[in-house]
Design a protein around this ligand. Structure first.
Ligand code: TRP
Length: 454
């Protein structure tokens, strides 16, 4: 079955479109919302350097492995793993890897959608001039009032989930592809504009840069290393089968190695630009870097409210953040939808309704964890924190570990060689070494470190 050349769900129409769609999956809230606040919470520069090591040493090889598995299997991650397992005559339990991915996708999307709803709500606030002339404390109050309202949270989450499912239901070519075109270049331009604004804050600009790039390793804890690794998986969109699914729609003749490097490079650049735009505003306005998930919503509106042309830049920024989130969200749910279609013979519409409703329901719980249920703590986290920790720091790295081991140790060399089809044998050997040894042992060592064994 592995020689099927096209997936039953369709395929990307060109290499460019695949790069756009996969970059769309990678670039999202993870880069602009999450990266700055977790850098802030984990002390700055040292965290950034560990993050960069994780992207290069673990992320890129695993991205290649995951895309490759998808393209060889040509099905949803659950069935792809089943097909590849039987092709390699391996233990059938490997297909649970696909299951874990589908569950992780649900869990991530449930909170992703709530935060993406914030971007939508803030588009409205930008439009009605709510940031105009506001001080840092006025902007903070605006944010606090907004997240304290359960109805607003649920409303925007519902709008976002509906938009996501409206795209997914249209399928690969007319849904996923069309939505991915053009937004990345505009997002880059806007981020550069905001970096320009941050530069006008002179000494604070350098304070921001210093915070981001000053490698003070004494600030780094074991948990920070885990968080950096989890963030690399999250930001690149690895470890749960999203890129495996996108690989399933990838035509045979496209180079997986080159596209993986382009995607990872663009993703990292967006995250760093977001950090460079945000930290100078944090310092200039007396905020603290460790402010948590509200960080960008408390900083950037100050810029929009006070910069020349800020009204328009503010609207554009939040609209684009919404689009960035949307092209990521579709990749989180596509594996589940494709699986329902394959295994249960659902039509795409019915598969979207069921998977969408389930995610929406979980998301309502997350939305309430910012207000009505904020006192409800499990293992020291509220529901949002718990779902985030569980998925980013545990499920994605474990998924990535298994993907690397499968690609490196279980799959036959001739298969991985022919799928990757890199022209230089040394490059193939380097990749193979990474997925066999470097990536799995790095993930393993980080886990050992966190549980206190080393
Ligand atoms: N990478 C996206 C972001 O940074 C989120 C995302 C999309 C994701 N697909 C994924 C995260 C798969 C983990 C796994 O916002």
């Amino acid at each position: 079955m592995a020689d099927t050349t096209i997936s039953q769900h369709g395929q990307w129409s060109s290499r460019f479109v695949f790069i756009l769609a996969a970059t769309g999956s990678a670039v999202g809230l993870g880069n602009i919302w999450k990266f700055p606040y977790i850098v802030g919470e984990n002390g700055g520069g040292a965290f950034v350097i560990v993050y960069l090591f994780c992207v290069i040493g673990i992320g890129i090889p695993i991205m290649m492995a995951e895309t490759m598995l998808g393209r060889r299997g040509r099905h949803s991650p659950i069935n792809t793993m089943e097909i590849l397992t039987s092709e390699a005559k391996a233990d059938p339990n490997w297909h649970y890897l696909g299951w874990m991915g589908v569950i992780a996708g649900f869990l991530i999307l449930s909170y992703y959608s709530v935060i993406a709803g914030w971007a939508l709500a803030y588009t409205g606030k930008a439009f009605f001039g709510s940031f105009f002339g506001e001080s840092a404390s006025g902007i903070a109050t605006l944010y606090d009032n907004f997240i304290a309202s359960p109805w607003q949270q649920i409303f925007w989450h519902t709008v976002f989930m509906t938009a996501t499912m409206a795209i997914v239901v249209r399928g690969v070519e007319s849904g996923l592809e069309k939505s991915a075109r053009f937004f990345v270049p505009i997002l880059f331009v806007l981020l550069i504009l905001l970096v320009g604004y941050a530069m006008t804050k002179e000494s604070y600009y350098f304070q921001g840069l210093h915070f981001l790039f000053n490698f003070d390793f004494s600030k780094l804890s074991g948990d920070s290393v885990l968080v950096a690794m989890g963030q690399a998986f999250f930001s690149l969109g690895l470890g749960m089968g999203a890129i495996m699914m996108y690989g399933a729609y990838l035509p045979k003749d496209i180079s997986i190695a080159k596209t993986s490097m382009i995607i990872a490079g663009a993703d990292t650049l967006v995250a760093l630009l977001a950090g460079i735009a945000i930290f100078p505003l944090v310092f200039a306005n007396g905020l603290t870097p460790a402010d948590g998930p509200g960080l960008i919503f408390k900083t950037l509106p100050i810029a929009f409210g006070n910069m020349f042309g800020g009204w328009l830049v503010g609207i554009l920024f939040f609209v684009l953040l919404f689009f960035a989130a949307l092209t990521s969200a579709v990749s989180l749910i596509e594996p589940a939808v494709a699986w329902l279609v394959e295994a249960h013979k659902f039509d795409r519409y019915k598969a979207c309704v069921w998977s969408g409703l389930l995610t929406w329901g979980l998301g309502v719980g997350v939305a309430l964890s910012f207000n009505l249920w904020s006192g409800l703590k499990l293992f020291g986290h509220n529901l949002f924190g718990l779902v985030d920790y569980l998925t980013s720091n545990l499920m994605l790295p474990i998924g990535g570990f298994c993907i690397a081991v499968f690609a490196g140790w279980i799959m036959q060399q001739q298969h991985s060689e022919s799928e990757l089809a890199v022209s230089s044998p040394q490059f193939y050997q380097l990749w193979k070494f990474s997925v066999c040894y470097i990536a799995p042992s790095a993930v393993f060592l980080v886990f050992l470190h966190v549980v206190g064994v080393i």
